[in-house]
Every structure is written in structure tokens, then in C-alpha cells.
Ligand binder design. Structure first.
Ligand code: SF4
Length: 200
């Protein structure tokens, strides 16, 4: 039997993240680890070690169907892993992240006030005020928490939906972080020997 490493249990991380954010939205800032770490590893390591070993979300999509038999396990439509769709989804995701930063700036500059709500699938605004007590941190910091939590929750819901409909890790076909790290690794390893460019 294959020896288990500590990082094989990181599928609990997204569960912990969403639970903590449910009770205190400020924990949403921890999601920046999932944004920065894969980029850091791709930029400095030139590999996808994050995806291959320590991505809690990817692991969760693999583990849930094993434990709960909740995936149909059929191939996803080809367009989901096509370059145009992946590129468009990456651009969409970056725009959504940009809008979080913009909202944060508006609150910081006093142009807008804090919205204690989580936006599900970028459409449905769900009141989430129980998870934040006013003036614990500056309003802009709380605004960023609500925005990042919305983004993480929405993308995970999409990942769970495609996990159930198709193969467990279908989300990874068009995951924006996966796409971004792939582009970085390609650019970084261009012109290197296969040994040098071997992914982690
Ligand atoms: S593609 Fe995305 S969800 Fe899948 S392992 Fe990589 S970062 Fe995680």
C-alpha cells in the first residue's frame, strides 16, 4: 500500500476553510494561501507541485466520490477542457477577483460602505452578517473577506457540480489556478531540457 504523506489529508482544508468562514468571515483571508502558494511554487519552482500534491480542493473532489459515491464518473464534454473555454474562464475569474479588489478599494476610500453578504455564483446575494462583528478590523479588510469567501465558495460549488455530473476532478480541467500555473510553468521551462523542466 502506498505510504501516506501529511499532504494526502489536505482535502480537509477546504472543509475547514468554509466552516471557519461560516462563523467568522475574517478567516476568508486564509484563502490567499490558495491563491499565492500555487503561483509562488510555479514561479520559483517551475512546476505544478501544488496541483499534484497539496491542493486541498482538488483532493476533496477526488475523495468525496470515493467516500460518498457521488460522481457519475463519465467524461465531461470536450469543450470544458478546450483552450478557448479555459482561457475565457480564466479571464472571467480574474475579472471577478479584480472586482473584489475594486470593491475593497471603494470601501477603503469611503466611496462605498461594507456589504455583509456573500455573493453566490456571482448572482445571489446571501446575507452573512452573523459572521462579522462591526469594527473588529477596518471595513475594507472585512469587505475583502466577504468577496474572497464568495469567490472561493462559488468556484467550489461549480467544482462540486461538475464532480457529481462528470468525473471527480473535472473542475481541474478548467480551474483558473491550474491554468495560470500551467502557463507560468510553460513559460519558465521553455528551452530547458526535459530533466530540468520535469513537473513536481
Ligand atoms: S487544477 Fe485547481 S483545483 Fe485542481 S489541483 Fe490544481 S489548483 Fe487544485
Amino acid at each position: 500500500m502506498k505510504k501516506k504523506h501529511w499532504y494526502d489529508y489536505l482535502w480537509v482544508w477546504p472543509l475547514l476553510y468554509f466552516s471557519l468562514g461560516f462563523f467568522n468571515i475574517l478567516f476568508a483571508w486564509l484563502g490567499m494561501i490558495d491563491v499565492m502558494l500555487p503561483l509562488f511554487i510555479a514561479i520559483f519552482g517551475g512546476n505544478k507541485w501544488f496541483c499534484n500534491h497539496i491542493c486541498g480542493r482538488g483532493q476533496l473532489f477526488a475523495v468525496l466520490p470515493k467516500k460518498l459515491k457521488c460522481s457519475r464518473g463519465v467524461p465531461a464534454p470536450g469543450w470544458m477542457s478546450s483552450m478557448p473555454f479555459r482561457s475565457a474562464f480564466l479571464i472571467f475569474f480574474m475579472l471577478m477577483f479584480g472586482s473584489i479588489v475594486w470593491q475593497t478599494w471603494l470601501v477603503y476610500s469611503g466611496t462605498s460602505s461594507l456589504r455583509e453578504a456573500v455573493r453566490l455564483l456571482w448572482t445571489f446575494s446571501v446575507p452573512w452578517s452573523w459572521a462579522y462583528r462591526a469594527h473588529v478590523v477596518p471595513d475594507w479588510a472585512a469587505q475583502f473577506s466577504f468577496g474572497l469567501y464568495s469567490l472561493m465558495l462559488s468556484s467550489t460549488l461549480i467544482g462540486l457540480a461538475v464532480m457529481a455530473l462528470y468525473r471527480p476532478r473535472t473542475w481541474c480541467c478548467f480551474c483558473p489556478m491550474g491554468m495560470m500555473t500551467q502557463l507560468i510553468c510553460k513559460a519558465k521551462n521553455r528551452g530547458q531540457t526535459p530533466e530540468m523542466s520535469r513537473a513536481g
